[in-house]
Design a protein around this ligand. Structure first.
Ligand code: NAP
Length: 255
């Protein structure tokens, strides 16, 4: 489907990283892009650079989102806003669990509730959900993040079932590590964070993810690219661990 068949897009989490790159990419196709985030200054700079329409909205603000969704018939919806609070579940904080559920999953569900029925009624639309490899694979210390991203993966499948018979496409994007500010947003701003997660690695850039999304949108309308896992070439997932009990805990292995 040529981009020109779509007129409007809503992109959440547009003030930095992948979201900002998606806004830039869509604007190159002359899509009217509505960009959402909480950071007004960053959104203003993005709007000046790209001529997108900035909305300083927290994705947990359902009233503001309902107002926006009721005024614009969105053709493309990108659920991108996301946060992480890496921690083993054994050490999980009440606030962190609520934040990740509220931003990474609850908001996605409500935005889809507000926008996808209109797409179905118009027989036209494309939902892009940015989940993560964390929705498909487990790695230590990110427990709530895994749970909510897996929820986004299942929601993406379910949207296709519930929109069945209409030309509403749903694409789940599962990035591995991408060189964005997310690591500073999660771990703080000191230079050791960049050294730990970005410097010296060969990583996809935010623009690479935006380009993959553009490919899915530009595919013929008969083609739904349902799932894209995009990782660094030099990153793999999976593994197997088998622990021996510590000698002090038991004399003989128990079975
Ligand atoms: N980078 C990676 O390695 C990676 C890997 C896998 C998946 N992802 C996923 O990709 C998405 C984008 O991540 P990124 O790397 O681009 O991260 P980022 O640079 O930290 O950007 C996150 C964006 O989400 C917005 N956001 C956070 N909370 C929000 C809220 N309550 N309301 C509105 N906007 C909110 C932030 O804007 P404000 O703070 O201004 O609100 C920011 O624009 C996330 O869903 C993330 O989980 C990233």
């Amino acid at each position: 489907m040529p981009f020109s068949d779509y007129k409007t897009a809503l992109v959440t989490g547009a003030s930095s990283g992948i979201g900002a790159a998606i806004v830039e990419r869509f604007r190159r196709e002359n899509i009217e892009v509505h960009a959402i985030a909480r950071s007004g200054d960053a959104l203003k700079a993005l709007a000046e650079r790209t001529k997108c329409i900035a909305h300083v909205i927290d994705v947990t603000d359902r009233a503001a989102l309902a107002q926006l969704a009721s005024t614009i018939p969105f053709d493309i919806l990108v659920n991108n806003a996301g946060v992480d609070r890496p921690k083993k579940f054994l050490d999980a904080d009440e606030e962190d669990i609520d934040l990740l559920v509220d931003v990474n999953l609850r908001a996605v569900l409500h935005i889809c509730r507000l926008i996808v029925p209109g797409m179905v009624a118009r027989d036209r639309g494309h939902v892009i959900n940015i989940s993560s490899i964390a929705g498909n694979y487990n790695f230590g210390g990110n427990s709530t993040y895994h749970a909510v991203k897996a929820g986004v993966a299942m929601l993406s499948n379910q949207l296709r079932l519930d929109a069945f018979g209409k030309r509403v496409r749903v694409t789940e994007i599962c990035p591995g590590r991408v060189a964005t500010e997310i690591f500073n947003h999660v771990h703080g701003n000191d230079s050791s964070v960049r050294e730990r997660f970005i410097d010296g690695f060969e990583l996809p850039q935010a623009a690479d993810i935006a380009e993959a999304i553009a490919f899915a949108i530009a595919a013929p309308v008969a083609v739904n690219i349902g799932h894209m896992e995009i990782t660094p070439t030099l990153q793999v997932m999976g593994g197997l661990q088998t622990a021996r009990p510590q000698a002090s805990e038991t004399e003989e292995p128990k079975r």
